[in-house]
Design a protein. Sequence first.
Lengths: 199, 199, 199, 199
Amino acid sequence: MSRDPSEGERRPQNQGPKAAPRNRAALIAAARHVYAEQGLGAPLSAVARRAGVGQGVMYRHFPDRDAVAAAVLEENVRQVEGAAAAPGADLAGALGVVTWHLTESAAFINLLHLDVAGGGEPVHGYAHDLSARVEVALRRLLPPGHRLAPDGALMLAVSMVSGAVVGAARQDRERRALAAWRLLAVEVGPVRPFPASAG
Amino acid sequence: MSRDPSEGERRPQNQGPKAAPRNRAALIAAARHVYAEQGLGAPLSAVARRAGVGQGVMYRHFPDRDAVAAAVLEENVRQVEGAAAAPGADLAGALGVVTWHLTESAAFINLLHLDVAGGGEPVHGYAHDLSARVEVALRRLLPPGHRLAPDGALMLAVSMVSGAVVGAARQDRERRALAAWRLLAVEVGPVRPFPASAG
Amino acid sequence: MSRDPSEGERRPQNQGPKAAPRNRAALIAAARHVYAEQGLGAPLSAVARRAGVGQGVMYRHFPDRDAVAAAVLEENVRQVEGAAAAPGADLAGALGVVTWHLTESAAFINLLHLDVAGGGEPVHGYAHDLSARVEVALRRLLPPGHRLAPDGALMLAVSMVSGAVVGAARQDRERRALAAWRLLAVEVGPVRPFPASAG
Amino acid sequence: MSRDPSEGERRPQNQGPKAAPRNRAALIAAARHVYAEQGLGAPLSAVARRAGVGQGVMYRHFPDRDAVAAAVLEENVRQVEGAAAAPGADLAGALGVVTWHLTESAAFINLLHLDVAGGGEPVHGYAHDLSARVEVALRRLLPPGHRLAPDGALMLAVSMVSGAVVGAARQDRERRALAAWRLLAVEVGPVRPFPASAG
DNA sequence: GATGAATGAGCATTCATTCAT
DNA sequence: AATGAATGAATGCTCATTCAT
């Protein structure tokens, strides 16, 4: 009788079990974008909407909002691990990948903060592990006697660079990150994701 | 039409206008604590509660969220300015005061971030000014040829140290901050407020 | 980071999506009642409470205050259109339906006011359209040379009758409305909703 | 230490008892303006501010928000009484004054509504009396056999004209009011306050 | 008598999470 | 397994009213 939004609407196809992994990936990608745009405080509904799924699906894949954040970070960490394990990898190159993540996503910055700092409320129990994984991955590439060889120096430096970058406008971040590494007298390779975009 | 506060209610003491400055101070102190514990996203009601005043009082003193944060930061900045202007001040000493604020208050860290980074949404228009004030105060003490003399290096370093500290547990902060300055090869004096607590 | 709904709480039945149309209707009905009793300024929470739904549901169905009001008016307008389009309809009969709405709901009166008067802030953009719809519906039934045929006279008269009725006690409204039409020398049919209640 | 609004501020002169009547008048004038601009829902603080007095003064003169509204209406009613009692007064002239008030102030319209309609919640007990006073004043001028002579017709007509005007944009009100009187076949004199502004 | 700060209830709105379908 | 409606607690903010000075 009155404008009824449900009238004549048609539910999207239920694509069955096959869609599950695709949905999970879509959710993570969506979260990355949304976090980058609105910060970690963004409504989960925005993530679900951008992923093109119902909110229920999100809760099927991630028990709560922190799990979503952790999943995003997990992917970032994998890239760092991948970069560090790649044939011919060296510290500068891996730090370039780390730096790319720092500059690319405000969310990553914050997550790494929570993390790297080793304090605060761990993000869903993952945080510490993730930080440790980054450290392990990078340490493998540390030449003996490197500036960052002393205990704790490596991750401390990463957190410092992230400090140089948080809150900065998107377009300033890479410049600031590089300036920060320079101030630390640490050499960094090209700032890019892993696997590096072709070229 | 009129609201009807039910009978028998007893209002807490209204201490009259005399209490206004006390309330304002209490609000800032409360904000400092609450921000330190819960971060800048903390509910304003928590601040009002801790200050022991009604929410209305808070809104009388500060028009919005950001004004509260700005008031907290303002105080911090004054300390830095004071330390830098004190007779016999030197850069190391002033950086010690800056560092004290970084370790003492999560709020200061975040605010300075917003600020120093020069991006994001300025906190109520104050942020930039405050950051500039810190920079001006410190620069005055920079010996020529100092490591941090190059343009932008000073505040970049501060933001890096703050990055080393955000998210860390309270008791780790000072240690981490000092390690960060060391990694930057910058000398820092005693970490303390200004005026320094006796001793 | 996650909110922590304390244990042991028991949610009322969630009746699932099936309830959506029912809820929407309940909200409109509740709004009609509440507006009639308390005027358009009534708290939305009162509407939600009377409809027996959470406030969130209301915001799902109606983005803001005005949308609620518009939905109520929309229904009224449909009735007028229906009455005017019914076989054998004449102006007096349609005005009877209009009058019924004026006497029945303080909300309708106010909304139509906002509307008919052509000024103020249109209610969510709907107001003007709705008013125009009423006018179009009624004008179709205007015999040539009718008292209300001159431009603007029709809706002006409606707004005048509504003026005779606003603020009056429920039980006086019909009498006052009829007296008003008489003063305007306009014939009005039985005051009743459309479709007319049997008999 | 921090920006303290109370620092260095100076209380306005306390002008003693002499100021009381002036304050009362200023409050009523302020209320008239504020209500005209923002409607009856306007914050009392806005009225006090515009009157240039503290809120306490307002509460000294008027026990609550309704009393303020009543005071405004009271003044309007006095004007109508004055116009009706003036030498050489006639109905058309007095209705012109009534109409002026209807068009001049949205607040008056609403107040008269509450009033004239004889229902709703009387405004602070005044409403009914005020409406009656208007009626008494005008009835005195009714020539026998006038269109509005029948019982109740007079105030009904006034409320109808007010209905024609509520919600209309300021600049349309006079036109609409005159159109309404014309539709009622009632003659109205110049639309102006009483005492008429010179000329 | 005047001032304006303090109080806190009240309302709009948002969003994490659950759950019927 | 997916959908998206429902729930309601939480939070920001406003404003009537009181009251110390």
